[in-house]
Design a protein around this ligand. Sequence first.
Ligand SMILES: Nc1ncnc2c1ncn2[C@@H]1O[C@H](COP(=O)(O)OP(=O)(O)OP(=O)(O)O)[C@@H](O)[C@H]1O
Ligand SMILES: [Mg+2]
Length: 158
Amino acid sequence: MASIPAAARTLTSRAPEATFALGGRLAAVARPGDLLCLWGDLGAGKTIFAKGFARGIGVEGTVSSPSFILMAEYPARLRLFHLDLYRLSNATEAVLGGLLDERQAEGVTLVEWPDRLGPTLPAERLDVQIEGTGDEPRSIRLVAGAPDLERYLEAAGR
Ligand SMILES: Nc1ncnc2c1ncn2[C@@H]1O[C@H](COP(=O)(O)OP(=O)(O)OP(=O)(O)O)[C@@H](O)[C@H]1O
Ligand SMILES: [Mg+2]
């Protein structure tokens, strides 16, 4: 009998390595066109998650936070687009700057500071909401914005 999968789940991460590993597990189920939005305060662990995701998807070399260039692109099993919109003042700038574009349909896109996109943020996305900073354990909530994205909830493990 088919069960209805949960549309959200929450995990606890007690170390940076655990957040990195979670990113890697989620990367295993990434498909072309997926959008993952990484929410959380400064120092929450968004970039650590992105680094683990990048490793999991087969990016070689170092992934650093694209704060100044806004978007970095890496070839891998699926092309990875990593956006950090912290410095952006509004969504118009992002749209005009072509930060969300059709090429991303062929790869997977991770966005730090997605709030900067305002109403232009697509509803069909996986939200990764990281709560906690410093040495605190992190509460990481995954919310699937479409049934297709519930595969990430399953891939997260416990
Ligand atoms: N459980 C944890 N998960 C993730 N990071 C952790 C955890 N515990 C401690 N940390 C530390 O928190 C920091 C997270 O930094 P990171 O650059 O990933 O944050 P960020 O959310 O990308 O911040 P920013 O908004 O500045 O881009 C690292 O220094 C990391 O070692
Ligand atoms: Mg960051």
